[in-house]
Write a protein that binds this ligand. Structure first.
Ligand code: NBP
Length: 482
């Protein structure tokens, strides 16, 4: 009997996805560039299963049922292109290549188009959930050639995580690189969620002078509220984890954050599309700032900086912080969905936002109860332009407003950096202001560069230039927006 699917790449993600597929009754053919890893896998974790090995791409292709489905779980970038180049001459028209790595979506756009010309279907799929997700149920976000989806759907939906209603956290996202785009936004939101939690931690630790056991209890309690999520849950575990000397391990970890690029891609994409994705982008910058460790140490000494303690009832502050965290999180998701909406419109992807929320509901790093509410919001209004306008989320934003402002103002007063919580509030203030000072900005642009402006008392699209000094000319610059 031939294999149902081939997987190339036997590192942590590939091995665990294969074992997951095997558990669900699929016969998987496993291949890896370094052939010894095939043997190690077959004699180790795959021993006693239906998994078979292939030591060359030809052997892999020969062992698969048609149309062949070959999934790459290898390092993103050139490695994917090189496998595609080697596979194509061995495949038949109608065969399917799937890239399950963390690929930047323009690469997937390019590969879908190039392979279409050769009659090969290509799926670019985000896979989230790390090692445990891959083994027992990840969130899977496939996009690309729609013709390929019916062949891949049963396998992907079987191995994916399920919601509490047993719905698979995997559905077709859209054409081209839509799956990888949505995975990129997922990762951006993950950056935002993590940064928000770290800001709450710093406020509690440095502002309120709380112990790690106290902070752990707070996160345990928060996890029973609307903040219920995987990241809040692991944060409580981390805060309670003691090193061999009985001290909290977290305080022994160097405070420089790493990053592998997906948050940065999300920010760059937002700038390209003109979407104010402030919270995620601040989270990326916060990681950049954290990596300037030596400079920060010097600057703290130079400025003689000291944070002052936050006075007042600790319980009241903790509740205010919870509300500020929740409200900021709503803004982060609202901005992420704005970005997806713009990308969907620009690329004709016709994204289903409720389905995206459902795919993130289980298996992935940002999984949370909150995503069910997002799904509900898009069920009510599939074209919702701002998540905060949905009545459930609007209610939370309004109820949290005073606590959120209090926390933001206090953090500024005592010198605790909270870039994501404060920028989220600033965003909402801007978004809910009908008249911003951009009129003055337009006047400045027209003053120095004759860039022209529109008037509130004239139809939109009519442009005016003023000779502000009496010394300039009447010739204006061409009007376009980049
Ligand atoms: P890695 O990202 O570490 O990739 C390891 C695989 O890539 C191995 O099979 C390795 O073969 C192969 N490879 C490399 Br590296 N360079 C190669 C080359 N020049 N030619 C051929 N093969 C090459 O594995 P991973 O952590 O399992 O991740 C797989 C994909 O899934 C990545 O795109 C990753 O970003 C993504 N992802 C990872 C996670 C996670 O939590 N780790 C989560 C979600 C998505 P070799 O054994 O011969 O070196």
């Amino acid at each position: 009997m031939k294999g149902d699917i081939g997987v190339i790449g036997l590192a942590v993600m590939g091995q665990n996805l294969i074992l997951n597929m095997n558990d669900h009754g699929y016969k998987v053919v496993a291949h890896n560039r370094t052939a010894e890893k095939v043997d190690e896998f077959l004699q180790g974790p795959a021993k006693g299963t239906n998994i078979v090995g292939a030591y060359s791409l030809q052997e892999l292709v020969d062992k698969l049922e048609s149309p062949r489905k070959i999934m790459l779980m290898v390092r993103a970038g050139d490695v994917v292109d090189s496998f595609i180049d080697k596979l194509v001459p061995l495949l038949d028209k109608g065969d399917i290549i799937i890239d399950g790595g963390n690929t930047n979506f323009p690469d997937t756009n390019r590969r879908v188009a190039a392979l279409k010309e050769k009659g090969i279907h290509f799926i670019g799929s985000g896979v989230s959930g790390g090692e445990e997700g891959a083994r027992f149920g990840p969130s899977i976000m496939p996009g690309g050639s729609p013709e390929a989806w019916p062949f891949v759907k049963p396998i992907f939906q079987a191995i994916s995580a399920k919601t509490e209603n047993d719905e698979p956290c995997c559905d077709w996202v859209g054409n081209d690189g839509a799956g990888h785009f949505v995975k990129m936004v997922h990762n951006g939101i993950e950056y935002g969620d993590m940064q928000l939690i770290t800001e709450a931690y710093q406020f509690m630790k440095d502002g309120l002078g709380m112990t790690h056991d106290e902070m752990q209890s707070v996160f345990i309690e928060w996890n029973k509220t609307e903040l219920n999520s995987y990241l809040v849950e692991i944060t409580s575990d981390i805060l309670g984890y003691k090193d061999t000397d009985g001290e909290p391990l977290v305080e022994k970890i160097l405070d420089t954050a790493g990053q592998k690029g997906t948050g940065k891609w999300t920010g760059i994409n937002a700038l390209d599309m003109g979407i104010p994705l402030t919270l995620i982008t601040e989270s990326v910058f916060a990681r950049c700032l954290s990596s300037l460790k030596d400079q920060r140490v010097e600057a703290e000494e130079l400025f003689g900086k000291k944070e002052s303690i936050v006075e007042g009832d600790k319980q009241v502050w903790i509740e205010a912080l919870r509300q500020a965290l929740l409200a900021s999180k709503i803004i982060s998701y609202a901005q992420g969905f704005m970005l997806m909406r713009e990308a969907s419109n620009e690329n004709g992807w016709d994204l289903n936002y409720g389905n995206v929320a459902l795919m993130w509901r289980g298996g992935c790093i940002i999984r949370s109860a909150f995503l069910s509410n997002i799904r509900d919001a898009y069920d009510i209004d599939p074209e919702l332009s701002f998540l905060g306008s949905d009545s459930y989320f609007k209610g939370i934003l309004e109820n949290s407003m005073s606590a959120w402002r209090k926390v933001a103002a206090k953090s500024m007063e005592v010198g605790i950096p909270m870039p994501s919580m404060t920028s989220a509030l600033t965003f909402l203030d801007g978004y809910t202001t009908a008249r911003l000072p951009a009129n003055l900005l337009q006047a400045q642009r027209d003053y120095f560069g004759a860039h022209t402006y529109e008037r509130v008392d004239k139809p939109k699209g009519e442009f005016f230039h003023t000779n502000w000094t009496g010394k300039g000319g009447d010739v204006s610059s061409t009007t376009y927006n980049s």
